[in-house]
Design a protein around this ligand. Structure first.
Ligand code: ADP
Ligand code: MG
Length: 476
């Protein structure tokens, strides 16, 4: 089989968080459960109605553009994209064609082609012999971001989508939950023979609704196309979907060219001269940007010297980050303690939250930064073992409480009282004559065994460092 090099370009749609829809004052509420509640003559496409541009939605897209260092349009307009489908009440979708709000920029090392603004379609659900349609979603502001064909593999594609999700949440412009359809990924995939200098024909896979599916569909397509070409076949430009049951992509339709949509500027909407709108000046938008995900990652690493994966977890999980930030504040300058805290939060606490069904409420109700900091100090001062710390943490997570009191109650303080330990040790020495002799004759491993016996005799409550010192002194 020849070697094939994949090329991927992504088109990602994300619903924007706004009070009202893109061109009318119907509510934009993705959590509305009752169908066809948030609708009006405008988003239902009744004749004679007129759309009005949603300022908040425009600002959201420009904010994203600013964050990715894209070029904000000076002049922009909306176009009608004409096609018929029951989920599109006007018979066209208002979108942007020639003059997107944002051009260029980059995110997670991937060059962005454009970011534009359009409206979402209604939501259809198909049943055995009928279909239902909910227009609550029709006209919800939808951002579309298109990347250049520069993504190299499935993993990079899902990595990119994850970074975009975090960015949208950070900027508070969208929730971007893939399982709720708030963010939807389309992947354009082609392969070319190694050594070729021209892209192969691309296939577009639509409606990828989780990061995992993004990866699986891309991997599947790369294999399918490579095999097809290897057998002398030809890839045809088409739109495919992902079949979760069969774990494969399937052909949906031969792709229509843009000419089929008969794009033209929407005559009902004013053109926008972005640079003339004070609120949308690049300067203004820059000033309101919060700390961006990649900036936060960098700050965590340089300020606290914590691991890359830990920093990344804090960027992705605001609840864990909140605890970490508060604890770091208590340990200003104490980078060793902060690193220990980071380890415990990203492994033990993240584990507890995951076991508890991923809900972080309990974490903040039950574990205060002060108490968590106290626990970290206890670990550092060797007052408790790491095993003990895990038990205390679990108890704190389940029922709250102060670590010192829990350690007391559960008898988890390591015994460092030399007098008390000495008696136990003398007994162990008596009972293990053979090991003791071997150790005295130079077999170092014997000491570990004796310490182990000491831990056992104290049910793990002895401080192993102290035990070690006592054994060494007695057996000198
Ligand atoms: P179309 O006109 O078919 O919509 P575009 O040029 O607008 O194609 O590109 C749509 C998406 O497809 C972009 O994300 C782009 O990066 C990607 N793309 C374009 N050509 C290829 C290719 N040969 N292989 C993979 N992706 C591609
Ligand atoms: Mg296109």
């Amino acid at each position: 089989m020849s070697k094939y090099i994949p090329t991927i370009g992504l088109e990602i749609h994300a619903e924007l968080k706004t009070k009202t829809k893109m061109f009318c004052s119907s509510k934009n509420d993705p959590n509305e459960e009752k169908a066809n509640i948030n609708i009006c003559p405008i988003c239902m496409g009744h004749p004679g109605t007129l759309p009005v541009i949603n300022r908040e939605a425009v600002k959201h897209v420009l904010t994203v553009g600013t964050a990715i260092s894209g070029k904000l349009a000076d002049f922009t307009e909306f176009d009608r994209k004409n096609y018929f489908y029951p989920d599109i009440p006007k018979g066209y979708q208002i979108s942007q064609y020639k003059y997107p709000l944002v051009s260029g920029g980059s995110l997670a090392g991937v060059e962005i082609t454009r970011v534009h603004l359009e409206e979402d379609t209604a939501k259809s659900t198909h049943h055995a012999n009928y279909s239902l349609i909910d227009f609550n979603r029709a006209g919800v502001p939808l951002m579309e971001l298109v990347t250049e064909p520069v993504v190299k593999d499935a993993q990079q594609a899902s990595q990119f989508a994850k970074e975009l999700q975090i960015l949208l949440r950070t900027l508070q412009v969208g929730e971007a939950n893939m399982e709720k359809g708030e963010m939807r990924v389309e992947a354009n995939i082609s392969v070319m023979r190694e050594g070729d200098n021209q892209f192969g024909t691309k296939v577009e896979v639509k409606n990828l609704n989780s990061f995992k599916v993004v990866e699986k569909a891309i991997e599947y397509e790369i294999k399918r196309q490579s095999k097809l070409l290897d057998e002398g076949g030809e890839v045809i430009q088409e739109t495919r979907g992902w079949d979760e049951a069969k774990q494969e992509t399937f052909s949906q339709r031969i792709k229509e060219g843009s000419a089929d949509y008969r794009y033209f500027p929407d005559p009902d909407l004013p053109k926008l001269h972005i640079s003339k709108i004070e609120e949308f000046s690049g300067e203004n938008l820059k000033n309101i940007l919060p700390e961006l995900p990649w900036e936060k990652r960098e700050r965590y690493k340089s300020q606290y010297d914590i691991k890359e994966e830990d920093a990344d977890m804090f960027v992705r999980d605001e609840f864990l980050a909140k605890l970490f930030d508060a604890v770091a504040e208590q340990f200003v300058g104490g980078n060793m303690l902060i690193k220990t805290a980071s380890n415990y939060i990203t492994s033990d606490i993240a584990g507890l939250v995951k076991q508890g069904g991923g809900k972080s409420d309990k974490l903040h109700e039950n574990i205060s930064a002060e108490n968590f900091a106290q626990l970290m100090s206890m670990v550092h001062g060797n007052e408790i073992s790491s095993r003990g710390a895990k038990d205390i943490l679990k108890e704190m997570y389940e029922n709250g409480g102060v670590p010192k009191e829990i350690a007391e109650k559960k008898n988890l303080f390591q015994k460092s009282d030399e007098g008390e330990l000495k008696q136990i040790i003398e007994k162990i020495i008596e009972e293990n004559e053979k090991v003791v002799t071997e150790y005295k004759n130079g077999k170092e491993a014997g000491l570990q065994f004796l310490i182990g016996q000491g831990m056992r005799a104290t049910q793990g409550s002895a401080n192993p460092e102290v035990l070690k010192k006592l054994f060494e002194n007695l057996l000198k």
